[in-house]
Design a protein around this ligand. Structure first.
Ligand SMILES: *Cc1c(COP(=O)(O)O)cnc(C)c1O
Length: 368
């Protein structure tokens, strides 16, 4: 139906093909204590300095924030040794991913991401009329050759979450470099490094160096994961000048609120807090992965703050059965059918009580 014939306003082509993003559930069954392990949030909360900075902004809510988020960009630049002019902040990295799609993808254009890639990518691509091109993974890892083979004259953007959510796997940086080298210079490579701080691997890089050397690479980061500030919506992007210029033209002039700017600036300077989160995660990621493997479940090796757990393909023992069983006992994990993983659950690394309790409940579930 054309827009003129319609009896109601119609959205742009592509928008009604979007499957709305479904966030992780946050409540267990009635009457049991909820352990939320569904959204990769930090079990340690946030830096006390960040909370204090945010509260100090409760005075002055009538004032517009600094539209350039200068204090936050400068803090990020200082800590990472970057030029603050090449940083753009956003209301979560989701906003930046969406703005990048809006700026570089139009009707008829294609954008590539990997099979079990982050679901914000297809939403952002379709919202601007683009066509998502999904490339199969190998053993739950993005396949560089496959992604390069999928490039056509219409390709505008390649989105790569490294590490990826919900698989927890990563591409060694040699592979990212090989992907970049194989792409036409006109294609923007978006490296989504939401879990970079958690990775303990010598062959991993978040992409900062590649961004400084290339004209077609950007890296996005977030304060929602290791910094424990998901509620405030803070993300940032490090990009070449020309991409920074483009995003600054289309973003909302006050897309970052004052409490978020202040809290983010304090959080990134509190390396002690980040180190504690890394130590906690290292210990419990290893423990949870080993325990679940010992139960005979398939556990995809993860470098993030979560694990992808594969369930038996048997009546009563599938991922959806496990999810229902766990929710009744207070453990809220994430179903990942929308990611093409109908028989797996993603479990965030929680505090000790949640980790031990969830593993014990899964053991009971499998024994029934
Ligand atoms: C959580 C996550 C983000 C961050 O989202 P925010 O909008 O910054 O909260 C980005 N990419 C991936 C892959 C994620 O898992």
């Amino acid at each position: 139906m054309s827009a003129e014939q319609s009896i109601k306003p119609l959205p742009q082509a592509g928008i009604l093909d979007i499957a709305p993003y479904i966030p992780g559930k946050s409540k267990a069954s009635h009457g049991v204590k909820t352990h939320k392990l569904s959204s990769n949030e930090s079990p340690l909360g946030c830096s006390p300095a960040a909370r204090k900075a945010m509260i100090s902004l409760a005075e002055g809510l009538e004032l517009y924030p600094d539209g350039s988020a200068t204090a936050l960009r400068q803090a990020i630049a200082d800590v990472h040794g970057l030029n603050a002019d090449r940083i753009v902040c956003g209301a979560g990295s989701d906003e930046l991913l969406t703005l990048l799609a809006q700026a570089y993808i139009g009707p008829g254009d294609e954008a590539i991401y990997s099979e079990h890639g982050f679901l914000v990518y297809p939403i952002a691509i379709k919202a601007c009329g683009g066509t998502p091109v999904v490339v199969p993974e190998k053993d739950f890892v993005a396949d560089v050759d496959g992604m390069l083979a999928a490039v056509t004259e219409r390709t505008r953007v390649v989105f790569l979450a490294n590490p990826n959510n919900p698989t927890g796997t990563y591409l060694p940086f040699d592979e990212v470099r090989r992907l970049h080298e194989g792409l036409p210079k006109s294609v923007l490579l978006v490296l989504d490094a939401a879990y970079a701080e958690y990775v303990r691997r010598n062959d991993y890089e978040s992409g900062i160096e590649l961004v400084t050397k290339a004209q077609n690479v950007v890296m996005t980061r977030t304060f929602s994961k290791i910094y424990g500030l998901a509620n405030l919506r803070i993300g940032w992007m490090f990009a070449p000048d020309h991409v920074v210029d483009v995003l600054n033209r289309i973003r909302g002039p006050f897309n970052m609120n004052g409490p978020a700017i202040a809290a983010g600036a304090a959080a990134i300077r509190d390396q002690g807090f980040v180190d504690e989160a890394i130590t906690h995660n290292e210990r419990w990621l290893e423990w949870v992965s080993a325990e679940l493997s010992d139960l005979g479940l398939g556990v995809t090796p993860s470098v993030g703050n979560f694990v992808l757990v594969h369930f038996p393909d048997e009546d009563g023992r599938r991922a959806s059965d496990a999810d229902a069983y766990l929710i009744e006992r207070g453990y809220v994990l994430r179903q990942v059918g929308a990611y093409g993983l109908p028989n797996a659950l993603r479990m965030s690394i929680g505090d000790e009580e949640a980790n031990r309790g969830a593993v014990a409940a899964i053991r009971e579930f499998l024994k029934r």
